[in-house]
Design a protein around this ligand. Structure first.
Ligand SMILES: C[S@@+](CC[C@H](N)C(=O)[O-])C[C@H]1O[C@@H](n2cnc3c(N)ncnc32)[C@H](O)[C@@H]1O
Length: 281
């Protein structure tokens, strides 16, 4: 089953530019340490703080990417450049990051400059569905929690396939639907999609098939749903702690909807989360 909306990217850009009715992006960044993705916890006794748990997830994805010295890597949906900075700090590679949010480009550039990495980092405002790069111009790519925002995932995979050289690695973290989707589960998934600008979500089987159709051979899939669950609880608690600020600058109904949807994520088995590793044929 695939849930897709026909909306464009406007709501996603507005969300990350911090100009939407819930000015959450900036708050998330300060609460979450710059990574705009979920954290990874080993088990329920693991009480690692979110800024460390999110770096852990970045490191897991870096492992899937198997970066080699000198490679030119594409960061699809780079956020404010925190994962790219981690990659650049730990590996002698070059990174080009793209994001649909103009505001994030400036933040990512500033982060790279502050870390002394600007000579190996480039960030651009670009739509992943229409990448401004020549064919076969990258040695690898990753998409950390960005694919679900894309109005047309097949189009993004076609573009990714086009800009990657043969044998390049692709690493993706994304939500997947775990079926059967009961009525209650479907309602939560719908609420999550509406609240967080999720435009494409599918079962894992459909994902793998779609990758295959775009010249990617999937080499590994790791279901880490249980390891990321804690994010929903911590993030909802964190948002609640600044609720008054969020409401003062935004819309109370939407703020509460976002907090509730975030909390529900942790208890909805139908919402899975995977790391997919693939190689471009
Ligand atoms: C949840 S954030 C993840 C950011 C970053 N990968 C991280 O893990 O910190 C999603 C990112 O995808 C980007 N994005 C969404 N749709 C996009 C599109 N069509 N083209 C490029 N970037 C997009 C957003 O601007 C945002 O940077």
């Amino acid at each position: 089953m695939t849930i897709e909306t026909s909306d464009g990217n406007n709501d996603v850009a507005t969300f990350y530019n911090g100009t939407g009715t819930v000015p959450l992006a900036g708050k998330l960044r300060s609460m979450w340490g710059g990574n705009l993705h979920l954290g990874y916890w080993h088990d329920t006794d693991d009480d690692t703080p979110p800024d460390v748990a999110t770096e852990r997830l970045t490191d897991l994805v870096i492992t899937c990417l198997e970066p080699k010295p000198g490679q030119r890597l594409l960061d699809i949906g780079c956020g404010v450049g925190k994962p790219a900075t981690r990659l650049l700090t730990t590996h002698p590679v070059q990174v080009v990051g793209i994001t649909i949010s103009e505001a994030q480009v400036d933040q990512a550039r500033a982060r790279a400059a502050d870390s002394g990495l600007a000579d190996r980092a480039r960030f651009e405002h670009a739509d992943a569905m229409l990448m401004p790069f020549p064919d076969a111009s990258f040695d690898g790519a990753w998409a950390l929690e960005s694919m679900f925002h894309m109005p047309d995932r097949a189009q993004v995979l076609a573009e990714t396939s086009r800009v990657l050289r043969g044998q390049s690695r692709l690493a993706i973290t994304d939500f997947v639907l775990r079926t059967p989707l009961g009525t209650a589960g479907k309602a939560v998934v719908d609420r999550m999609c509406a609240t967080f600008g999720i435009h494409s979500i599918s079962t894992l089987d459909e994902y793998v098939e779609q990758l295959g159709a775009h010249d990617f051979a999937v080499t590994n899939v790791r279901d880490i749903s249980d390891n990321v669950l804690r994010t929903g609880i911590l993030l909802a608690d964190a948002m609640e702690s600044v609720r008054e600020q969020l409401v003062a600058n935004g819309n109370a109904t939407e703020v509460d909807a976002m907090i509730n949807a975030t909390r529900e994520f942790a208890t909805t088995a139908e919402f899975g989360y995977v790391i997919i590793s693939a190689v471009r044929n």
